[in-house]
Write a protein that binds this ligand. Structure first.
Ligand code: C5P
Length: 235
């Protein structure tokens, strides 16, 4: 069972290593897992990952690999050599690719499968030749990932409940796109809070701008942590 603070992953969606390190410094020693995605990795390369790891941080490398099995396996081995904790692949790469990724990761790295990007709606799936709706496709790809040796998924909070039910407790569900309870105040739109995401079945949440752009990122991260701890107290 991870500590509650290890369930909060802070996204470093910035253009440079110096901006990334500023966020890491600003949130302070209490938080240890940071997501490096395409923006920062393309700007700075693997050195930013090495620097974070050597300073004791955990890295979630969110590059969403999608290629032939041999190429994805080779990339996963390189990520493993960088000592990242988690990385992402597209489940739509198919079972051979997923198997190759899981095999290359071994026990060192948790491979998370991305099912359907939240930017895609039913009509977008139809445009690329996928017959079912988003919900059916998410479930189909989640089952495929599990059957191919994958032990975690990236999923929206709206998908988390059904996926948790489907996949059981021993599966990581990492949920981005949440907004802290405080930030949601006065907002008419339906906002999923970090606590909502955990209640729905997420094992981890990813938070970017509500922390990185807060006047006091450490305070913002602590408030989210308190919110998450509240979920476990009422269980
Ligand atoms: O919106 P925020 O800054 O909190 O986003 C944090 C991270 O979550 C970003 O890296 C973004 O790419 C990712 N995200 C996602 N799917 C969403 C929303 C955000 O993967 N629906």
């Amino acid at each position: 069972m991870p500590e509650t603070r290890d369930r909060l992953i802070i996204a470093l969606d910035v253009d440079s290593a110096s901006q990334a390190q500023q966020i890491v410094q600003a949130v302070g020693e209490s938080f240890s897992t940071f997501k490096v995605g395409k923006q920062l990795f393309t700007a700075e390369g693997p050195q930013i990952v090495r620097d974070l790891v050597s300073s004791g941080k955990k890295v979630f490398l969110d590059l969403k690999f999608h290629d032939i099995p041999n190429t994805v396996a080779a990339a996963v081995r390189q990520a493993s050599a960088l000592r990242v904790d988690m990385l992402t692949v597209h489940a739509s790469g198919g079972s051979k690719m997923l198997n190759a990724a899981a095999g290359a990761a071994g026990n060192n790295v948790l491979v998370l499968a991305v099912t359907v990007l939240t930017s895609l709606a039913d009509e977008d799936l139809s445009e690329i030749g996928v017959a079912g709706n988003v919900q059916a496709q998410v479930l189909r790809l989640a089952r495929l990932a599990r059957a191919s040796g994958i032990r975690g998924l990236v999923a929206s909070a709206h998908e988390a409940r059904e996926l948790r039910h489907e996949l059981g407790d021993d599966f990581a569900i990492v949920t981005p796109g949440v907004r802290p309870a405080g930030a949601a105040k006065g907002d008419q739109a339906r906002v999923v809070t970090p606590a909502d995401a955990l209640r729905a079945g997420a094992s981890h949440i990813v938070v970017g701008r509500p922390i990185s752009e807060a006047p006091d990122p450490a305070q913002a991260a602590r408030e989210i942590l308190r919110e998450l701890e509240g979920v476990f107290q009422v269980r």
